[in-house]
Design a protein around this ligand. Structure first.
Ligand code: ATP
Ligand code: MG
Length: 410
């Protein structure tokens, strides 16, 4: 220390030099610290990236695996035997006793549930979330059909009755509650072909704000055993899910014909479908907000079980129009037509005894066609006469007499 003090010009200089140096080093230290911090931050960032990419890789790998996995076979559970095995029916028909994965919650599997089966072992690998048939979903009428009460002629009483039974309980349930009556669950529209049953139901659909589900009876007649019954069950489930709703089953005789033993499996399948229908109609609460409308032109072949109280207990007869009705229907179907002055709807209604609404529509169209063929500007009485003759000849309304009462599978 002594020696160094002797060589340096002054202690002051030396200590200043040291202070400066310390300051410099401190600055350098701060800079390095900041850099370290930055590098550490970056390291953290890259670490994050790495984890993210690793996750991505895992996802893609599993996706790849999924794509490589063989497809599952769709099956329907027939019966759950115990907590290890169940009976399933594959979509091709045969039934199998199979194991099921312990990842499957036993609560999810019930008879009728749709499941995915492994191709080789047919073990149940997954329960399909929606057991609903897309065709059943497709039955919900989303756009209102272009029918209106104003387009129906001569059925004022029927319109009133259907409004009272179908619409009122949905729109003003309190009216029934305060009196203490339970409105009927279902109505059945019966009447000759072409009298406007389908039209009436479509008009209801147009008017109501409730969900309208429409199905034609024959759509429920399926190829495989149990399919029809399943569709009926799903149909009612859909109706309940979308409540308030109106379920319209057109041509209900396709599944609800009187039960006869002819022993064919097709026949038994139709019966099963009908029994499911009966069970479903019985199964829901009368006060609930699901109404059913059935329609048929063959009430004579319907199974009496369907008509007993608590099921379709109100029958609305849609008659062949009388003369006033026919005039009204003529008015509806000729409203958009250009007609000569000589056309008299009263006369037309008078000469079309026993014509149905559909016949009158056909007559109006034919008359228009005749006029168009003759290059006329407007339809005259001549054309109507010709049209009536033509439609009568084509026997569109004569077959009523020839129709035989009987069973549909005979
Ligand atoms: N009362 C009516 N007023 C106006 N048009 C009618 C009437 N009845 C029937 N029509 C006409 O006839 C067509 C067929 O009627 P609709 O389909 O309703 O008959 P339906 O009673 O259901 O017959 P089916 O028993 O054969 O099913 C309707 O589209 C409509 O144009
Ligand atoms: Mg119809």
């Amino acid at each position: 220390m002594k020696a160094s003090s002797s060589v340096t010009p002054s202690d002051d200089d030396y200590s200043r030099y040291l202070r400066d140096r310390i300051k410099m080093l401190e600055d350098a230290n701060i800079r390095l610290r900041a850099r370290l911090e930055r590098v550490e931050r970056e390291a953290g960032f890259y670490e994050d990236m790495r984890t993210r990419y690793e996750g991505e890789i895992r996802k893609l790998r599993s996706e790849l695996e999924k794509l490589r996995a063989p497809p599952l076979i769709i099956g329907t559970v027939v019966e759950v035997i115990d907590d290890k095995r169940m009976v399933v029916r594959s979509s091709t028909g045969p039934r199998f006793v199979v194991n099921y994965s312990h990842f499957i919650d036993p609560k999810d599997v019930f008879a009728g549930a749709q499941v995915g089966l492994n191709q080789q072992s047919l073990a149940v690998v997954s329960v399909l979330p929606s057991a609903k048939d897309p065709t059943v979903y497709g039955m919900e009428v989303i756009e209102s059909p272009d029918a209106d009460y104003g387009m129906i002629g001569g059925l004022d009483e029927q319109i009133e009755e259907i409004m009272e039974i179908v619409e009122l309980p949905l729109t003003e349930p309190e009216r029934f509650e305060c009196i203490g009556v339970v409105p009927p669950k279902g109505v059945l529209l019966i009447g000759e072909p072409g009298t406007g049953k389908t039209l009436l139901a479509k008009a209801v659909a147009n008017r109501t704000s409730a969900t309208f589900i429409r199905v034609v009876g024959s759509e429920l007649v399926q190829k495989y055993i149990g399919e029809g019954a399943r569709m009926v069950r799903e149909l009612f489930e859909l109706a309940k899910e979308k409540a308030p709703s109106i379920l319209f089953i057109d041509e209900i005789d396709a599944i609800a014909a009187r039960r006869v033993e002819d022993g064919t499996s097709g026949e038994r399948e139709v019966q099963r479908t009908m029994m499911q229908l009966l069970a479903e109609v019985d199964g829901f609460d009368q006060r609930g907000d699901v109404r059913i409308i059935g329609a048929t032109n063959r009430p004579d072949i319907l199974d009496p079980a369907l008509l007993r109280p608590g099921r379709f207990d109100r029958i609305i007869r849609v008659p062949i129009p009388d003369v006033d009705g026919r005039k009204e229907i003529f008015k509806i179907h000729t409203a958009a037509m250009k007609m000569k002055k000589d056309v008299d709807l009263d006369t037309l209604a008078g000469v079309t005894e026993s014509a149905t609404g559909a016949d009158i529509k056909a007559i109006s169209i034919e008359a228009g066609m005749f006029a168009a063929r003759k290059k006329k500007k407007a339809v005259g009485m001549d054309e109507f006469e010709q049209a009536i003759k033509k439609v009568k000849e084509s026997k569109q309304w004569d077959y009523l007499g020839t129709k035989e009462a009987g069973v549909m599978f005979a």
